[in-house]
Design a protein around this ligand. Structure first.
Ligand SMILES: [Fe+2]
Length: 219
C-alpha cells in the first residue's frame, strides 16, 4: 500500500537565536569601565548566581553611554526576532517592556538552573567571556522542555536531545523563550565572566506622545 507524507507541523518550537555584534570590542571596553564603576558604587543582589555580583535590574533605564547603547541594540534585536516568528503582527501599537541586569562571575561562580517565566523573550549579552578554559567552564546549558524520548543515544537528533550547550564569545547575544530552563557552568578561569541578562515582553502601547513606536521601561 502506498502512502505519502501529507503534512508536518513543528509544534511548540523553541528557538535559540545567536547575534554577533559588530565593533563589540569597543562596546565591551566601555561597558567594563561602566560596570567597574557600578560595582564600586553599588551593593549586589543574590538571585540564581553563586559567588557572583548581580546588579539591579535597571539596564534599560541606565544613562551610562555604553549601557544605553547596548540597551537600544537589544531592543532592536528583540523586535527583529519577534517579527521573524510573527511576521503578520502589527507592532505599531505595541511597546516593549524590558529589564536587564549585569552578572559578574568570578572563578568558581555559576548560575544554577532557572527560567525567566513571566516574560516573552530572555537573553544574554556577553561582555567578557574567558577563553583560557577547557571542558564546560563558563558555558551555558539549555535543558529540553520535553520529557526524554526512549532511545536517546541510539537516535541522535535534536528531537531526542535532552540539553544543548553553547560556548559563548564576547560580543555575542543570545535570545530564547523565557520559559526555557538554563544554567551556567562554573567559571574555571581567573578572568571574570561578565554578562548582561535581560527579559522582554510586549504590551499595548499606553497613551503617550507621538513617534514612540517602541519604548522600554523597567518591569
Ligand atoms: Fe537566566
Amino acid at each position: 500500500m502506498a502512502f505519502k507524507l501529507d503534512r508536518v507541523d513543528e509544534v511548540f518550537p523553541t528557538p535559540l537565536l545567536r547575534f554577533e555584534v559588530a565593533d563589540a570590542d569597543r562596546l565591551n571596553r566601555n561597558l567594563m569601565k561602566e560596570i567597574a564603576a557600578r560595582q564600586k558604587a553599588e551593593g549586589g543582589m543574590n538571585r540564581s548566581n553563586r559567588k557572583g555580583w548581580h546588579s539591579e535590574r535597571d539596564l534599560f533605564d541606565r544613562k551610562e553611554p555604553a549601557h544605553s547603547e547596548l540597551a537600544q541594540m537589544l531592543l532592536r534585536m528583540i523586535a527583529q526576532a519577534t517579527k521573524h516568528y510573527a511576521p503578520n503582527t502589527d507592532f505599531t501599537g505595541m511597546e516593549i517592556l524590558a529589564d536587564g541586569w549585569i552578572n559578574v562571575n568570578q572563578r568558581g561562580a555559576y548560575n544554577s538552573p532557572h527560567d525567566h517565566v513571566g516574560s516573552f523573550w530572555s537573553g544574554v549579552y556577553y561582555v567578557q567571556q574567558p577563553e583560557d578554559v577547557e571542558g564546560h567552564s563558563g558555558t551555558i546549558e539549555f535543558l529540553s522542555p520535553h520529557k526524554a524520548l526512549q532511545g536517546r543515544g541510539l537516535i541522535e537528533a535534536p528531537i531526542t536531545a535532552d540539553k544543548m550547550t553553547v560556548r559563548p564569545k564576547a560580543g555575542m547575544a543570545i535570545l530564547f523563550p523565557c520559559t526555557l530552563v538554563h544554567w551556567v557552568h562554573p567559571n574555571d578561569s581567573e578572568t571574570d565572566r561578565v554578562t548582561i541578562a535581560f527579559n522582554a515582553h510586549f504590551r499595548r502601547r499606553q497613551p503617550v506622545g507621538p513617534g514612540q513606536a517602541i519604548r522600554s521601561r523597567k518591569r
